[in-house]
Design a protein around this ligand. Structure first.
Ligand SMILES: Nc1nc2c(ncn2[C@@H]2O[C@H](COP(=O)(O)OP(=O)(O)OP(=O)(O)O)[C@@H](O)[C@H]2O)c(=O)[nH]1
Length: 229
C-alpha cells in the first residue's frame, strides 16, 4: 500500500485553521483525502450494528440478535465537496460489562452517534447517562448526534418523536429518527457528520459556516410522512 501524508495547505497549517491533518492514501481498495473517527454509542440492542451495516453495505441484518462483543470498526469513504472523506466507524458493545473497553476509544473520536430505540423507553431514559459519560470521556468539541432508531416499528413505538426532539434541543445536538431496516435517514446521519467534520477541518476564515442542523432539517424524512428517500 502506498501512503502519503500531506498537510491541508501550507497556509492552513501555518495559521492553524485546521487541527486535522489531511491524509492522502492510495491503495487498490481505498483512496481518501481526509479521515475521521466516528463512534456509535447506546444501549444494547438499539440497532447500532444494523445502522453501521445499513450505511456500509446497504443491507439489513435481520434475524437473531447477536450482541457486539467489545468493539469493532468498518471504513467507508464518502464524497464531500470533491474531497474523499474516510469515515472509520467504531461499533461499540452496548452491554454494561464492555463499558470500560469502549471508554478507552472515546477520546480518539471526532463524532459520536448516540442511539436509542423508539420501542424501548429504558434505552431513551439512558441517553442522559450516555451524555454524562460522553462529557467525561470524549473530546470537548466532539460532534454529537442523537438517533431514535427502529422508526419502522410504528405500532410498538413508546418514545414520541417530540420527546427525542426535546431532549436533543436541551443538549444542543441534532436529532433524527432512523430505521436500519428500511434505511430511512441512515445515510443522511453519516453524511451530515462527514460534512460537518470536513468543514471544520478545511474551513477558511472567509468561508460561510456549515449549518449541520439546517442541512439535516431540510433533508430528513419525518416519521409518519412521505415515502422513504
Ligand atoms: N425493526 C427493526 N429492527 C431493528 C432495527 N435496527 C436493529 N434492529 C434489530 O434489533 C436487534 C438489535 O440490533 P443490533 O444492531 O445488533 O443492536 P446493537 O445496538 O448493535 O446491540 P449491541 O451490540 O448489544 O450493543 C436485532 O435483532 C436487529 O435485527 C430497525 O431499524 N428496525
Amino acid at each position: 500500500m502506498l501512503t502519503r501524508k500531506t498537510s491541508l495547505t501550507d497556509k492552513q497549517a501555518k495559521n492553524g485553521t485546521s487541527k486535522y491533518v489531511l491524509e492522502r492514501c492510495a491503495s487498490i481498495n481505498e483512496y481518501y483525502d481526509i479521515a475521521f473517527k466516528v463512534m456509535l454509542l447506546g444501549d444494547s440492542a438499539v440497532g447500532k450494528t444494523c445502522i453501521l451495516v445499513r450505511f456500509k453495505d446497504g443491507a439489513f441484518l435481520g434475524g437473531n440478535f447477536i450482541a457486539t462483543v467489545g468493539i469493532d470498526f468498518r471504513n467507508k469513504v464518502v464524497d464531500v465537496d470533491n474531497l474523499k472523506v474516510k469515515m472509520q466507524i467504531w461499533d461499540t458493545a452496548g452491554q454494561e460489562r464492555f463499558r470500560s473497553v469502549t471508554h478507552a476509544y472515546y477520546r480518539d473520536a471526532q463524532a459520536l452517534l448516540l442511539v436509542y430505540d423508539i420501542t424501548s423507553k429504558p434505552s431513551f431514559d439512558n441517553i442522559r447517562a450516555w451524555l454524562t459519560e460522553i462529557h467525561e470521556f470524549a473530546q470537548k468539541d466532539v460532534v454529537i448526534m442523537l438517533l431514535g432508531n427502529k422508526s419502522d416499528m410504528a405500532a410498538e413505538r413508546v418514545v414520541k418523536t417530540e420527546d427525542g426532539e426535546k431532549l436533543a434541543k436541551e443538549y444542543g445536538v441534532p436529532f433524527m429518527e432512523t430505521s436500519a431496516k428500511t434505511g430511512v435517514n441512515v445515510e443522511l446521519a453519516f453524511l451530515a457528520i462527514a460534512k460537518e467534520l470536513k468543514h471544520r477541518a478545511t474551513q477558511q476564515p472567509n468561508e460561510p459556516k456549515f449549518k449541520m442542523h439546517d442541512y439535516i432539517e431540510s433533508r430528513k424524512h419525518k416519521s409518519g410522512c412521505c415515502s422513504h428517500g
